[in-house]
Design a protein around this ligand. Structure first.
Ligand code: G6P
Length: 586
């Protein structure tokens, strides 16, 4: 997957680009390059291979100037080699372009441009964009209108960065491919395909909408929406530091990975889900397969699809062979590692029976992504802790985006896009209370988690988190099921942790909470509603969120609870006994 970074400001651009590109290496790439301008002339250096080797061979830092674009390429059109590496020039070598995505009408555009005398020097679809801009500039239009007219000719998907010689600004545009703008502290601006690329410089971002085009100069950003009108987009402040795979002062990776979820969520939300929409919109009998935590994400997806009246079954990877119907036409496989043997067996069976496979994973180049017909990457960066935290919420982010794109639910999508900022606020405010609660709870030995509706998969995941790292007994139930058996266990202040948001299911949850209290259980109630919270011996104050988003928000304090209880018990949350990050046996 291609990585992109753009910079304009008082520093040497090549230094910033080199650092930024090194932060997105985990995406996987086969070549890299950059274009730098001193405001008048521009130069490109690029090659096949790893960033450090290209740098050792060519020395990117010889490129002087404060305006630049960098790129890591993951080949789609044309083999990996110097001539196909980005950036690409137009004929006059005054326009440099970097791109992630696929320009679907590149053949027709290339033929048209060749007729006009343009000469192409690569096999890529990307180069078309540089020549189209060159053509528009010949019409003596204002530069921003020339760029906009050129972009309006492109079909397909793109995140584009554009540098034009003589211009003290950079242009960028996105359609179904991630691209974010970063605001520097003083007289410098950035853009990138991934938030981690810019964390060494800024934590203030602007997330662009699909179809947006923007211009950055050293002072700020100007954005045009898909309708061509000037637009403003909400800022996102991420309160975190750069090093993705270091503990960042925390004792354990798990805490670091829980706390960075506002950032990783924003990264996941900027993913392009159009391939998924394409596959699922025509599906008659979709199925979802996954294991462990990913299976609980699958249950959330099943719930959202059912709400849209789409039939979809969620299956455990290891059970798919026994429970499938053989009629499934699209199988969505969810796996953070992309290597889980049970999930891979399920998709192999489904493929044999003629189904198309859509993968949702975090790992570029994983077996699942290679065997699937299309892959949606959650892009949350490496998860070092063995138990899933940020990959779970990353999976949820993609699932919500996919579901809302399928149904065209604009309100749902707007609420979803606001979630990283809300998650940040919630984590900040709730942490001290969870820590205190963990001190008390670590003295107990058996736990029940209950909820209803879309909260139920969240209860399942919360119980799994707790048992994975504390080795204590924890079970989750749909709240209505308690009275059908488990209620017999509720004596002697057994903790029952209730996920009880306000809304249509609140009254029934309240009754279930009372049933537990009447049997001597000790209730911990998570709710945005004070009346429900008062039913608990302990309570955590939650923000009010839409019903759909309950798992995304309510899992966070419960991840923290499992973490802090593990610390109280003196155990290692990063490497729990008997567990592996990637389970490659059936
Ligand atoms: C292992 C991990 C779990 C994970 C499960 C599925 O058991 O320890 O955290 O949920 O595998 O993994 P996947 O990579 O397919 O999501």
């Amino acid at each position: 997957m291609c990585g992109i970074i753009g910079y304009i400001g008082h520093r040497q651009a090549a230094e910033v680009l080199l650092h930024g590109l090194s932060q997105v290496e985990y995406r996987g790439y086969d070549s890299a390059g950059m274009a730098v301008s001193n405001g008048k002339d521009l130069r490109i250096l690029k090659d096949q291979g790893k960033l450090r080797d290209i740098h050792a061979k060519h020395n990117f830092l010889q490129l002087e100037g404060g305006i630049g674009l960098g790129h890591t390429r993951w080949a789609t059109h044309g083999p990996p080699c110097e001539r196909n590496a980005h950036p690409h020039y137009d004929c006059s070598k005054r326009v440099a372009v970097v791109h992630n995505g696929i320009i679907e009408n590149h053949r027709a555009l290339k033929a048209e441009l060749e007729k006009k005398g343009h000469k192409f020097s690569s096999d890529t679809d990307t180069e078309i964009a540089a020549h189209l801009i060159e053509e528009e500039l010949k019409q003596k239009k204002p530069v921003d209108s020339a760029v906009r007219s050129a972009l309006s000719r492109l079909e397909g998907t793109y995140a584009l960065g554009i540098l034009i010689a003589g211009e003290n600004r950079l242009f960028l545009a996105r359609r179904h491919a991630p691209l974010i703008v970063g605001r520097g502290k003083s007289d410098e601006m950035f853009f990138a395909s991934d938030i981690p690329a810019l964390l060494g410089y800024t934590r203030d971002f602007i997330l662009l909408n699909e179809g947006d085009m923007a211009q950055i100069d050293s002072k700020g950003v100007k954005i045009w929406g898909a309708d061509g009108k000037e637009a403003s987009r909400p800022p996102l402040h991420v309160d975190w530091t750069p090093q993705m795979a270091q503990k960042m002062g925390h004792d354990f990776f798990m805490l670091k990975e829980i706390l960075e979820q506002p950032i990783t969520l924003a990264s996941a939300l900027s993913a392009d889900v159009s391939e998924g929409v394409k596959l699922l919109s025509g599906a008659k009998r979709p199925a979802i397969v996954a294991c462990g935590t990913s299976y609980y994400a699958a249950l959330v997806m099943q719930y959202l699809l059912h709400k849209q009246k789409r039939e979809a079954g969620a299956y455990l990877g290891s059970e798919y062979a026994s429970w499938h119907t053989g009629q499934e036409d699209v199988v969505v496989a969810i796996s953070q590692s992309g290597e889980t043997a049970d999930t891979l067996s399920a998709i192999r069976l489904a493929k044999k029976e003629g189904a198309a496979v859509l993968a949702i994973t975090n790992v570029v180049g994983s077996t699942l992504s290679r065997e699937a017909d299309a892959t949606l990457y959650i892009g949350v960066g490496p998860e070092v802790g063995v138990v899933a935290t940020k990959t779970f919420t990353g999976q949820l982010a993609i699932i919500y985006k996919l579901a809302y794109s399928l149904s065209g639910d604009k309100k749902g999508m707007d609420a979803l896009l606001q979630s990283p900022a809300m998650v940040q606020k919630m984590l900040d405010s709730i942490r001290p209370a969870v820590r205190e609660l963990a001190k008390l709870m670590s003295k107990r030995r058996n736990f029940f988690f209950i909820s209803r509706g879309i909260g139920w998969p969240c209860a399942l995941e919360a119980a799994l988190k707790l048992k994975e790292i504390t080795y204590l007994h924890a079970e989750a139930y749909a709240a209505g099921e308690l009275k059908h058996g488990p209620i017999s266990m509720l004596e002697d202040k057994v903790p029952v942790i209730a996920i009880a948001p306000s809304g249509a299911l609140a009254a029934k949850m309240e009754s279930n909470i009372r049933e537990c209290k009447a049997r001597g259980a000790s209730l911990v109630v998570l709710s945005d509603d004070e009346t429900i919270r008062k039913e608990g011996e302990h309570a955590l104050v939650m923000p009010k969120v839409s019903e759909d988003l309950v798992p995304l928000f309510y899992i966070l304090p419960l991840q923290l609870l499992a973490y802090y209880m593990t610390i109280e018990l003196g155990r290692d949350p990063d490497q729990p006994r008997n567990l592996a990050k990637s389970v490659t046996v059936e």
